[in-house]
Write a protein that binds this ligand. Structure first.
Ligand SMILES: C[S@@+](CC[C@H](N)C(=O)[O-])C[C@H]1O[C@@H](n2cnc3c(N)ncnc32)[C@H](O)[C@@H]1O
Length: 283
């Protein structure tokens, strides 16, 4: 009996060490398999992660009138909720997320939501990733980051819609502000560039048009011989333009048209029943 106890005392530490050695990889595997759980407020490259509440996401996508024809980019995708919500509206959606663990987690959420055929999460930096093909851009960043992105956004195709949760773009005034539960969402449409002089042709008539533009706000004038007639109700909405002027016969002519690079074209109607087509070419 005494000899048996002595033998057990000798081999017990060896057995325990062997058991611990065998269990070690299992513990490591269990730790590896623990799903990544993002923490609200965790650091990000340029801004922390805080998810946009569902009702704000919903309004942001409604403001932008997202449909199946859109390609939505969420800049700083977090857990992917905006990309997923856009895909559920039928749009194609891409979320750009810098944090690799978060990007993987968000892609997992995309798959779990059953929208992997429409949405995907790219791991990358929003300042180094091309999103110029987007028809809608969504953001929940910071005022300084919005301003850093502003030149890129303004160089996008006219008509591209931009929505930002909480933060503005300073003197580029929004086209819409929506509020819910103390939060705000801001909406802009990227305007065409019409600033400067244009040669207007209305049938056989030729006049010079000039626009002064500040983002989507325009005003202008038309050359009527020695007179500079002011433009009334000048509006720019993406690539859609409209304005009116009173000609030398006192007829108010209303113009509507579309801007494509250095050319505009459309139709006009006078308040005396006259009407026709017009074109204008950038000088
Ligand atoms: C405030 S959260 C918004 C998340 C999501 N868009 C939403 O509204 O629910 C910002 C996200 O941007 C990510 N981020 C920060 N800097 C970034 C950068 N330079 N490029 C890509 N993602 C970035 C953060 O990791 C974080 O997940």
């Amino acid at each position: 009996m005494g000899a048996a106890i002595v033998r057990l005392n000798r081999i017990a530490p060896t057995l325990l060490a062997a058991a611990a050695f065998l269990l070690q990889p299992l513990t490591a595997v269990a730790q590896q398999q623990k799903p990544y759980e993002p923490q609200v407020g965790q650091a990000g490259k340029d801004v922390i992660w805080v998810p946009t509440p569902d009702e704000v996401v919903d309004r942001m996508l409604r403001m932008a009138q997202v449909t199946k024809d859109d390609l939505v980019y969420d800049l700083g995708a977090g857990n992917g909720k905006i990309a997923i919500a856009a895909a559920k509206l039928g749009a194609r959606a891409v979320g750009i997320e810098y944090n690799p663990d978060m990007a993987k987690h968000a892609q997992g959420n995309v798959v779990a939501a059953g929208v992997a055929d429409k949405a995907r999460i790219l791991q990358g930096d929003i300042f180094a990733t091309d999103f110029s093909q987007a028809t809608v851009v969504t953001m929940y960043l910071l005022p300084g980051l919005n301003m850093k992105l502003r030149p890129t956004l303004l160089s996008m195709k006219p008509g591209t819609r931009v929505v930002s949760h909480s933060f503005t773009m300073e003197d580029w005034e929004p086209d819409e502000i929506s509020s819910m539960d103390g939060r705000r969402a801001y909406f802009w449409v990227v305007p065409a560039n019409v600033n400067g002089g244009w040669a207007l042709e209305t049938g056989s008539e030729k006049n010079e048009l000039v626009f002064e533009q500040r983002f989507q706000k325009i005003e202008g004038a038309i050359g009527l011989g020695h007179t500079q007639g002011g433009l009334r109700d000048a509006r720019l909405h993406g690539f859609a333009i409209s304005f009116a002027w009173v000609d030398n016969n006192g007829v108010l002519r209303n113009f509507t048209g579309r801007v494509t690079g250095g050319r505009m074209e459309g139709s006009w109607k006078g308040d005396n029943g006259t009407e026709g087509r017009w074109t204008a070419t950038k000088k």
